[in-house]
Design a protein around this ligand. Structure first.
Ligand SMILES: Cc1cc2nc3c(=O)[nH]c(=O)nc-3n(C[C@H](O)[C@H](O)[C@H](O)COP(=O)(O)OP(=O)(O)OC[C@H]3O[C@@H](n4cnc5c(N)ncnc54)[C@H](O)[C@@H]3O)c2cc1C
Length: 522
């Protein structure tokens, strides 16, 4: 019998929604099945990558075992996408209520909201969603589900995994063990205590002052959310601006939005240490220091510290040496077909990808199934990868960033349309942002696009399809888009690109034609 929390509740608070969640994704009384003599596929880790692999393989008739040491659904369901998007939505509602009078002549909203209620709403929704990832559902799909112990599964040979004393033999296996929050070696941090994505969604009381360390997507999303809930938030990062992997103009829009929402930005700083003084935490930092000169010292006092400085892959304690699977600090080493150094074993999801997103974990799982079970030749590098940071406004990107395209030796042409050109964006009071499309110069081939808009993630699908299907802006220009929508920005970019294709000579020819028609009274 498994015990996901090692005697403690596996997730807090131990209320009705969380009990329901755990009843689905790690039922307390779960009894692991008697293992089959051999499995076509053993999947280690039941986050998105593991669940999609197991369900897909079982659906194709394979004998599949799925092993999870903690909560099925992994980070996305339990401590990632789902809870974060739940509270982002609540914080946006609070923010809009506060701005309704000023922006729309609406009723005045005064006072703070009920943070505990916003968190409880998230927990209720998460518990409902957890049905899809439940042990019972996967058992019903024909998957042998093995849960616990907290040490997890371990490879004991090149074709065998051990879980809680049971040995599962396999023809093929997929490692889908994901990652965990990275913790920087900062003096005093352990003693002071900190939150990560694994604990921040357990909060029931709003921290009056929150310091967020790390200005990547998770840091920006949560800094803005907590500021909108009413925390006094400071965001610290070594980089000179937030979202360093995004288009610099897009990152600038988000940075301005964070500042407007009350987030204090301490960028380009090196954190020197953390101290606890009179019940508060003080983060010491330095700005502008170097090897040979002292920088300017600064300090942030706060009640809670939230770490969001990146992810570490879960490769330890997995017995990868026993299985002959090579790995590095960055994760399990795989080739383009997701094969590890052991030809029986594949890896998918965050543990083996530089793109750490749920939809990529899903896409990689599908590649792993084809290649592991059907000697397929599907390649990870063929994927057209979108992603989105769910700040207000959102920043969504698909395909190659312009810099990468240029570094790859491609000549790039760029079209940018400000959102303020869209009637609907103005009417919605959501005109801050832009669409930027990168094309191969002289060709109607879209290489990548960045969209900054209130609902950029939802609007990006058209460009994902265009790139995947090889549809160019010329074709998009001939597609009728409903008016007034913010989605029209894609068509506007296509029209602008097409107009730019009219060479001065073609324009002159058109001019002569119209002159001739006028002269003959036509
Ligand atoms: C705060 C936050 C917000 C996010 N928001 C988004 C978003 O909006 N959109 C998006 O696309 N992505 C988002 N992500 C990223 C997304 O959660 C991950 O990319 C996704 O969960 C990766 O899935 P995975 O299956 O590779 O790994 P995981 O979800 O980490 O699952 C791995 C599983 O393996 C288990 N495991 C590990 N070791 C063992 C072992 N030895 N034996 C058995 N089991 C083991 C773990 O317990 C875990 O359940 C977010 C992440 C965070 C942290």
């Amino acid at each position: 019998m498994s015990d996901p929390g090692g005697g403690r509740p596996p997730i807090l608070p131990w209320d009705e929604p969380n009990r329901k969640l755990v009843a689905n994704v790690h039922p307390p009384g779960w009894r692991n099945p008697e293992p089959a003599d051999s499995y076509h596929l053993v999947v280690v880790g039941a986050g998105t990558a593991g669940l999609v692999t197991a369900a897909g393989a079982a659906g194709l008739g394979a004998r599949v075992a799925l092993v999870e040491r903690h909560l099925m659904g992994g980070d996305c369901l339990n401590v990632g996408c789902v809870p974060s998007k739940g509270i982002i939505r609540a914080a946006r509602a609070w923010h809009e209520a506060r701005g309704a009078a000023r922006r729309f002549g609406g009723p005045e909203a005064a006072g703070g909201g009920d943070f505990a209620a916003a968190m409880a709403r998230m927990r209720r929704i998460r518990a409902g969603i957890s049905r899809h990832d439940s042990a019972e559902r996967f058992q019903g799909l024909g998957v042998d589900v093995f849960l616990g112990p907290s040490g997890g599964a371990q490879f004991v040979a090149s074709d065998a995994v051990e879980v809680g004393g049971q040995v599962l033999r396999f023809r093929k296996a997929v490692i889908a063990t994901g990652g965990r929050p990275a913790v920087p070696p900062v003096e005093g941090l352990e003693e002071a205590g900190y939150l990560t994505n694994e604990t921040v969604f357990e909060l029931e009381r709003l921290p009056p002052r929150l310091a967020v360390i790390g200005g990547g997507p998770i840091g920006c999303e949560l800094a803005q959310t907590f500021a909108r809930f009413g925390s006094e938030v400071t965001l610290l990062d070594m980089a000179p601006h937030v979202l360093p992997r995004e288009d610099a103009d897009a990152a600038e829009v988000v940075q301005r939005a964070l500042a407007r929402d009350g987030v204090t930005l301490e960028l380009g700083v090196e954190i020197r240490g953390v101290e606890v003084r009179a019940g508060e935490k003080a983060i010491r930092f330095e700005r502008g220091g170097g090897a040979d000169r002292e920088g300017q010292a600064g300090e942030v006092a706060c009640d809670e510290i939230l770490l969001s400085v990146g992810r570490s892959p879960n490769v330890e304690g997995l017995g990868l040496e026993a299985a002959g699977v090579e790995y590095t600090r960055k994760g399990v080493s795989v080739d383009d077909r997701l094969r590890t150094s052991n030809r029986r074993i594949f890896a998918a999801g965050d543990v083996a990808s530089k793109y750490q997103f749920t939809h990529v974990a899903d896409a990689l799982a599908r590649i792993a199934i084809q290649n592991a079970l059907f000697h397929g030749r599907a390649k990870a590098s063929d994927l057209v990868v979108p992603w989105c940071t769910y700040t207000s406004p959102e920043v969504a990107h698909v395909g190659l960033p312009a810099e990468e395209a240029r570094e790859g030796g491609l000549d790039v042409e760029t079209v940018t349309i400000p959102l303020a050109d869209l009637d609907r964006a103005l009417l919605d009071d959501e005109a801050e942002g832009f669409l930027r499309v990168h094309l191969r110069a002289g060709k109607d081939r879209i290489l990548g696009a960045t969209l900054v808009a209130a609902h950029a993630g939802d609007m990006l699908g058209e460009l994902c399809l265009a790139i995947t299907a090889g549809v160019g802006l010329g074709k998009i220009a001939s597609v009728i888009h409903p008016y007034p929508t913010q989605g029209e920005v894609v068509k506007k970019a296509a029209d602008a690109w097409r107009r730019g294709k009219l060479t001065p000579f073609v324009k002159r020819v058109f001019g002569w034609r119209f002159e001739v028609l006028t002269r003959f009274g036509v």
